[in-house]
Design a protein around this ligand. Sequence first.
Ligand SMILES: [Zn+2]
Length: 56
Amino acid sequence: MPRYILVCQECAHKFEVFCSISQKDHKKCPKCNSDKITSVGDRGPGDSKAGLPRTG
Ligand SMILES: [Zn+2]
């Protein structure tokens, strides 16, 4: 499963999710349950892969 780092726009809570790129758009903040979630990429140590497939 790919990892995505998401940030809540309501409370600025940052969290990671393990899901497909299509499912991450339906995630909610685990802290305030807001659905205003912004993805900040999947940057991680040791991962040199760049370029994500764009959908939609
Ligand atoms: Zn939140």
